[in-house]
Design a protein around this ligand. Structure first.
Ligand code: GBH
Length: 490
């Protein structure tokens, strides 16, 4: 390509990059310093809920080893670090009239200070799935609109007051789709509600996911309203939400499969992005659910529309979509990785839902940019190498498939910026360290750093070296020179 023909787009000078984690997946120390239980503590201890029967009691021990974690981030030279705050450490019983735990505040306060002392910008998620158990017991948590919105907003207020002088990048929620569908539809995440009585004694998968999604949107939007009205002027930060969404590609060129792919986008990503950025639920979702999809009042819509300063994107893979099936939780679409000619879309990861397909990432970035016209922060993106867990550590450190994955995605990201003109402002690979992978327990590893769970020792994998030594510097250079990555690194 003639570089003179390229658009002038480049990454902004303050482009943020670093790695991402979440409190329950790394912290451990679940019963110290006044923390109370989250829904994941109990859920992960019920028989059969995690693949290896293990839980988050120790995880990567990051609550105790936080200084080591920061030292490693410094060694990696990251510009920013994305982590989440544990609600049950800040307000153990969760509610708006429940006491605040000074020890919880103190821990995150020290952590944030240490990041800043080392020149690392904190990028903070308020809610990455660890709801205080007390709120679930008291009133069924996210199912109860009148209670949860007020309790969440109060929790957000406590965090803005305690940390907002230092934290300038806030995410209200991580992946409302997972909260709703996996927690209240499939029942494979806490609190494990589902119509499937083999899985769950209670729940209704035909209504609860959409009630929960609705209440998560309202909680998010009201926390943003609070931030903008009472904190933004003095603290000057940005606040938004991050959505999971994988690229949905038609299985073939038939009109019904092209329509199926759009349905899949509407029902997964559009479910949350359309109300938040466009002010309405997608038509397809309304049609599929009828009055099982709650309505927003006009006042609520005024709070919701425009309630995110950016588009937070978590994305991992691409699905080929075929019309058919009656699974509403999957938009009545059948997903596959096998093309019509029998070949696979990409390299298979350790987990069934993930294959490596960088063109899909570029297509998704373009789709989101065209549809919502918001600056994009990629807050998660990563790969689990097949059988990495059962390899000896030395072999696991040579995570070739993950290196390939990041080679592809960083290249795709750069093409989206430089060639397509998409406005991308951050990139956070998931994850900084191997960690508690929810229903997979410790069987699936997503880290660029290997964690030896016997000793808790951290060992950088090839992918970490690759990202910090080769790709991130090169990406910045390419953006400066406005040339595609491939011209510099074949
Ligand atoms: C992220 O979600 C999470 O934010 C993060 O905490 C987690 O560690 C990371 O993924 C890696 O898994 O086959 O029905 O079980 C990513 C979005 C959406 C990916 C649901 C897995 C599985 C659907 N996830 N998907 S199912």
């Amino acid at each position: 390509m003639n570089t003179a023909d390229l658009p002038v787009s480049k990454l902004p000078k303050d482009f943020l990059w670093g790695f991402a984690t979440a409190s329950f997946q790394i912290e451990g120390s679940t019963d110290v310093d006044g923390r109370a239980k989250s829904i994941w503590d109990d859920f992960s201890k019920q028989p059969g809920k995690t693949q290896d029967g293990r839980n988050g009691d120790i995880a990567t021990d990051s609550y105790r080893l936080w200084k080591d974690d920061i030292a490693l981030l410094v060694k990696y030279g990251v510009k920013s670090y994305r982590f989440s705050i544990s609600w049950p450490r800040i307000i153990p019983l969760g509610g708006r009239n429940d006491p605040i735990n000074p020890k919880g505040i103190e821990w995150y306060s020290n952590f944030i200070d240490a990041l800043l002392d080392n020149g690392i910008i904190p990028f903070v998620t308020l809610y990455h799935w660890d709801l205080p158990q007390a709120l679930h017991e008291r009133y069924k948590g996210w199912l109860n609109k009148d209670e949860i919105v007020q309790d969440y907003v109060r929790y957000a207020r406590v965090c803005f007051e305690a940390f907002g002088g230092r934290v300038k990048h806030w995410l209200t929620m991580n992946e409302p789709w997972c909260i709703s569908v996996l927690g209240y539809g499939r029942g494979i995440h806490a609190p494990g509600r589902s119509s499937d009585r083999h899985r769950s004694p209670e729940g209704d998968s035909s209504t609860e996911p959409w009630i929960v999604g609705h209440n998560v949107i309202l909680s998010h939007a009201n926390a943003v309203k609070l931030y903008r009205e009472e904190f933004k002027e003095t603290q000057g930060g940005q606040i938004g939400i991050t959505l999971n969404g994988d690229w949905a590609m038609p299985y073939d060129n038939s009109p019904k499969n092209i329509a199926a792919a759009q349905q899949a986008m509407d029902a997964a990503l559009g479910w949350f992005a359309d109300p938040i950025y466009l002010g309405r639920y997608p038509t397809f979702l309304k049609k599929m659910l009828g009055d099982r999809l709650p309505d927003f009042t006009p006042e609520e819509l005024r709070v919701i529309k425009g309630s995110s300063d950016f588009y937070g994107m978590n994305t991992y893979t691409t699905n080929l979509c075929k019309a058919g099936g009656d699974d509403e939780l999957q938009a009545k679409v059948i997903y596959t990785f096998t093309r019509p000619d029998g070949t696979q879309l990409g390299t298979q990861a350790h987990c069934g839902w993930l294959q490596d397909y960088p063109d899909g990432f570029r297509a998704l970035l373009n789709y989101v940019w065209k549809r919502y016209r918001m600056p994009i922060y990629v807050t998660e993106n990563g790969f689990a190498v097949k059988n990495e867990n059962s390899k000896p550590m030395k072999e696991a450190l040579l995570d070739h498939d993950r290196v390939q994955y990041f080679r592809g995605t960083t290249n795709a990201l750069l093409s989206a910026v430089v060639e397509d003109g998409v406005d991308i402002r951050a990139y956070f690979p998931w994850s900084f360290v191997d960690n508690f992978e929810w229903a997979d327990g410790y069987v699936t590893r997503f880290g660029v750093t290997y964690v030896d769970y016997e000793t808790q020792a951290r060992h950088p994998k090839e992918s970490a070296k690759f990202l910090v030594k080769v790709y991130f510097p090169v990406i910045l250079l390419c953006c400066f020179l406005k040339v595609p990555l491939a011209t510099v690194v074949p």
